[in-house]
Write a new protein. Sequence first.
Length: 261
Amino acid sequence: MRIATWNVNSIRSRADRVEAWLRRSDVDVLAMQETKAKDEQFPYDRFRALGYEVAHHGLNQWNGVAILSRVGLDDVQVGFDGDPGWGEPLAAEARSIGATCGGIRMWSVYVPNGRALDDPHMAYKLAWLGRLRERAVEWAADGTPVALCGDWNIAPRDEDVWSMEYYLDKSHVSPPERAAFGAFLDSGFVDVVRPHAPGPGTYTYWDYQRLAFPKKRGMRIDFVLGSRSFADRVAGAVIDREERKGAGASDHAPVVVELDA
């Protein structure tokens, strides 16, 4: 069984590339983030024609998450209990969706950006991560294999950014953000990709500006964190850097995890 996570940065702009990649990569389950589409705008039929069941959660032109599966798509849950929400009045955003696929409890998560160290969105990000961790511990408590897949908007190690000097006063690398990420690991979740795709210089995101991709100025911010029962099944993993190349590419690369039966 092969699962993947990918921030596609607008499914309406990249449906052709996603479809071609699914044909080429032969993944069984894809967790997708930043679809930037309302539910009625999502191209369900294109992916159903490839044999995937589809669950999507999108409210407007921002955020948006989806799960595509050809090994079952059961018990779909939009959002998680305790999501702190954003805006005035507070409302949950389209940042998480869960489903059981082939016996795995899959979650596609798009963690808030944080924007800047002193921005209110940073407090929202940290609260959102704290609530997600609480729920994730509950989901995995009975031994269910759980995979938290997505764009975490955190580079947890210095080697996960091309220049710590550049990012030192910016979001994604601050101690509170890294502590929030580390809390998942302390709670028993495992970064299942890093052992198979070690750094430094191993990234999943490259900005469109300033020739970041050819200059190898990237960040590692897309992860699959698995419960112990999930991590024990991981046989391999790869970051598909090639998919970042060419016209119309997302600014993120897909991350693929191979599971034993």
